[in-house]
Design a protein around this ligand. Structure first.
Ligand code: ARG
Length: 510
């Protein structure tokens, strides 16, 4: 396998589609190239099941069935799984300790060659499992063929995929979500006093603190963390030793391989273990919801960076220009994160659809699980990295936010509450009175409640006092909202403290 093979996996950036067409010389290139050169029906090579067959598939058919261009990303996990299996076979006396040691040493040598970029097999392989076994057999002869004792590719691929998910969620998604929450809490703390208009229906609703707004996303990403953690827990069960579907007559030790591979438990039913892809769907769902949250915050960054809002300026390193309009600064990367939610949802739908009609146990359809999960994991991890950087460098225009929060009728609800609390007016009636006041102001062409005098207010209800006018000041207005989870500075300080405590507790879980 070439450096390209190792690198595209290590960085996690190689899209499956790109990997399917390596520039040549790679493992996939070798395999695909060799496959396309094979004569239809020719005995150019021997398959793992050649005992039963009199003809080989054509190159075209073979290429259609191959998954190596995609599942080569499982090479680490495949070697880990095979080493654990080989060690267990030796320990259980199914192969000799010496055979076990030689298999393990050769698997380690293959790992080293892949890492060094010097693994260049020149023979056919359908998938990563067959490729590594073929390499083992090429080096060790008949001994290589003993590795698969008491194992099937069905439990092998399920094991590899579970290990892969666990590793990537642990190394990428979970820590990235901690980073994102940290950046948001930091921004909220830096801007504790900044007031923005809060919106419903994208119409100005009530003034809130910017920190209250940022704190809302902190909570969404905290729940995403919990979802990814649950997906990791779902993946954390070893199917190895389930063999094809029925288990095996060899005296294997499933607890031993599970422990060596770092699984917390072993699956209970062999048929379920090889048929189950719920754990992949759990991760895809976690990816979909997280990407949806990322999309929403990006939508707001796009809106807020428009001249019309002018609430935020993205750092130049997170924007692009226009090839025709010199003045343009476009929030391309926020838009792309928003746009990529489509493909992540598509990945979830793709696998749900693949699985819905499958009889137990393994069906080849299930090979279609890898492209969606790799794509979703890549997309969400990339998007999280982009957002951490984009939010960490964004500049908030606090005076512009404040003046937007002052203008308009955002205090109307609070004046209604004033009538309820001070004059015992039923809320519905107070709402009606305030509606009349706003209508009056609009007809008079006054753009905000502040432009009305106390006498004008009193004409609508005699209970209005100077204190009511003070509610028109957004700062005073906000200060009254002290209920738990509310937007008063004291309530927001408490929620940020709670969010920071959640963050620390979650950090300790990793
Ligand atoms: N490449 C296959 C996959 O990803 C491996 C499992 C093959 N098992 C089988 N019974 N053909 O699903």
């Amino acid at each position: 396998m070439t450096e390209e093979f190792a690198r595209s996996d290590a960085t996690g950036t190689g899209a499956p589609g790109q990997q399917a067409a390596p520039s040549g010389g790679g493992a996939a290139g070798g395999a695909a190239g060799a496959a396309s050169g094979a004569a239809p029906g020719g005995a150019a090579h021997k398959t793992a099941w050649s005992g039963r067959f009199e003809a080989l598939p054509s190159a075209e058919v073979e290429r259609f069935g191959a998954s190596l261009p995609v599942d080569k990303r499982l090479w680490r996990e495949d070697i880990d799984g095979s080493i654990a299996h080989a060690r267990m076979l030796g320990h259980a006396g199914i192969i000799t300790p010496e055979e076990s040691d030689r298999l393990i040493a050769e698997l380690e040598a293959i790992r080293a060659r892949i890492e060094a970029g010097t693994f260049k097999p020149d023979y056919l392989a359908e998938d990563i499992h067959m490729l590594i076994e073929a390499e083992l057999t090429a080096r060790l002869g008949d001994l290589g063929g003993r590795l698969h004792t008491g194992r099937s590719r069905n439990d092998q691929v399920a094991t590899d995929l579970r290990l892969h998910l666990k590793r990537r969620l642990t190394d990428e998604h979970l820590p990235l979500l901690l980073d994102l929450r940290e950046v948001l809490i930091e921004a909220a703390r830096t801007h504790q006093k900044v007031i923005i208009p809060g919106y419903t229906h994208l119409q100005r609703a009530q003034p809130i603190l910017l920190a209250h707004y940022l704190g809302a996303y902190v909570q969404m990403f905290a729940r995403d963390f919990t979802r990814f953690l649950a997906a990791r827990t779902a993946a954390d069960v070893s199917p190895l030793g389930s063999a094809a579907l029925a288990g095996t007559s060899y005296a294997i030790d499933r607890a031993m391989t599970a422990e060596e591979l770092g699984f917390s438990a072993v699956t209970i039913n062999a048929l379920d273990a090889v048929s189950d892809r719920d754990f992949v769907l759990d991760a895809l769902y976690a990816c979909s919801v997280c990407q949806m949250h990322l999309s929403r915050i990006c939508e707001e960054l796009v809106l807020w960076s428009s001249t019309e809002f002018g609430f935020v300026t993205l750092d130049d390193s997170y924007a692009t220009g226009s090839s025709i309009m010199p003045q343009k600064k476009n929030p391309d990367f926020a838009e792309l994160v928003r746009g990529k939610s489509g493909r992540v949802y598509g990945d979830l739908m793709a696998l749900l659809t693949v699985m819905k009609g499958l009889p137990l146990s393994y069906d080849k359809d299930m090979q279609e699980d890898k492209e969606p999960i790799f794509d979703a994991l890549d997309t969400v991890a990339d998007s999280l990295r982009i957002l951490v950087g984009m939010l960490g460098t964004a500049h908030f225009h606090t005076s512009r936010m404040r003046s937007a929060a002052t203008r308009g009728f955002a205090a109307a609800t609070d004046l209604a509450d004033f009538l309820v609390q001070r004059a015992g007016v039923p809320f519905r009636q107070a709402h009606e009175i305030m509606g009349n006041i706003v209508l009056y102001a609009v007809k008079q062409n006054r753009l905000s409640l502040e432009q009305l005098s106390l006498d004008e207010l009193r004409a609508f209800h005699p209970a209005f006092t100077q204190e009511a006018l003070e509610l028109l000041n957004p700062r005073t207005n906000i200060a009254h909202k002290t209920s738990a989870g509310a937007t008063a500075p004291v309530a927001v300080a408490a929620q940020l403290q709670a969010s920071a405590a959640q963050l620390e507790a979650d950090r300790a879980l990793l």
